[in-house]
Design a protein around this ligand. Structure first.
Ligand SMILES: Cc1cc2nc3c(=O)[nH]c(=O)nc-3n(C[C@H](O)[C@H](O)[C@H](O)COP(=O)(O)O)c2cc1C
Length: 327
């Protein structure tokens, strides 16, 4: 039987299937269930930067009433390092102690504010790595694209300066020049890229004539957006890539690995088919490898990204009749 082991950001995983950050991984019990179901690793539900800043602000406000202003500045610098949402740290601690698979913490961030000190606490609590879920929604026409990119770079620089654990950046696909931003993120110390996140999308209820929202799960066809970028970036960047979004089965996993990913993340498929689906996808990957005599993942990982002819195909954005038969 094929060996499904893989290395992701220096973490040794029994298999490439990582349970993505979501309600499935909110509690230590959820993490244990994922490990029992056969996950290679888990990413905890994200702690939101706003939650960290709120707790920080509340503590600072109560201190401001009792402490001399000069002393307050010193205390403020220290507070961010010592206090964070304790519940989250407790989850990191308990989950990491309860399972033998890597537990990756996650912070959802949009700025490089004082919350960054919290990354150090997450590391101390036992997280194997940290995934930064960064998305800056640019809505101000006065802000230049470079300024938006700089936010990503500042966050990653500051976090990687504070921790020794590997740091992954989970990106949404809506970036003007993804290869440049990713290469700069790697320069700033990112060890992994998670391609891609799937963002909350507002909707409109036409009966009520109201803006609405809600959880929407991915469709399996969505994996093709990530596939292109996994293939293109794995060839040019020295970084571990995790294929994410629309990975619902063993076949999509094989595609991500052939394109150069080290691992994949699954969320929607596990919501709809439950954690037991991990057993099925592992069997599907194993069967595909056994059929071809591949003993381990490294034997075929990245095989379809290496050939320049394939690079041309991954770089193609417009349909042409000769190639796809329509257009
Ligand atoms: C209900 C739900 C909650 C999620 N919460 C988070 C979160 O807290 N942090 C995060 O980085 N991604 C979150 N995600 C995004 C998923 O981790 C994943 O990146 C996305 O759903 C795409 O993968 P999929 O196609 O396998 O679902 C959430 C997704 C869902 C469906």
């Amino acid at each position: 039987m094929a060996n499904l082991g893989t290395s992701y950001m220096g973490l040794e995983l029994d298999n490439p299937f990582i349970v993505g950050s979501s309600g499935l991984t909110r509690t230590p019990a959820g993490v244990e269930a994922a490990a029992e179901a056969g996950a290679g690793a888990v990413v905890l539900k994200s702690l939101f930067e706003e939650q960290i800043r709120l707790e920080y602000a509340e503590t600072t406000a109560s201190l401001a009433e009792s402490v001399h202003p000069e002393a307050l500045a010193y205390l403020q610098a220290d507070i961010a390092g010592r206090f964070g949402p304790r519940d989250y740290l407790e989850v990191v601690k308990k989950a990491s102690a309860a399972v033998s698979i890597p537990v990756i913490a996650s912070v959802n961030c949009t700025s490089s504010e004082s919350w960054i000190e919290f990354a150090g606490q997450v590391e101390k609590a036992g997280a194997a790595a940290l995934e930064l879920n960064i998305y800056v929604l640019a809505t101000d026409p006065q802000v230049k694209s470079g300024q938006v990119d700089q936010v990503y770079l500042d966050i990653v620089s500051q976090v990687t300066e504070r921790v020794t654990m590997p740091v992954a950046v989970k990106l949404a696909p809506y970036i003007t020049n993804l290869p440049r931003l990713c290469s700069k993120l790697v320069e700033r110390g990112a060890s992994g890229l998670v391609l891609f996140n799937r963002l909350f999308s507002p909707d409109i209820d036409v009966d009520k004539e109201e803006v609405c929202g809600g959880i929407s799960l991915s469709h399996p066809s969505e994996h093709r957006m990530a596939l292109r970028w996994v293939a293109l970036l794995s060839e040019i960047l020295d970084v571990d890539i995790c294929g994410s979004r629309g990975v619902h089965d063993g076949e999509a996993t094989v595609k991500m690995l052939l394109a150069g990913a080290c691992s994949v993340q699954m969320t929607s498929a596990l919501f709809s088919k439950k954690l037991k689906h991990l057993g099925t996808v592992k069997e599907e990957l194993c069967a595909w490898m056994d059929e071809r005599g591949y003993e381990d993942i490294d034997t075929f990982r990245g095989r379809l990204a290496e050939d320049p002819a394939n690079t041309n195909l991954f770089q193609r954005a417009q349909y042409i009749k000769a190639f796809v038969g329509v257009g």
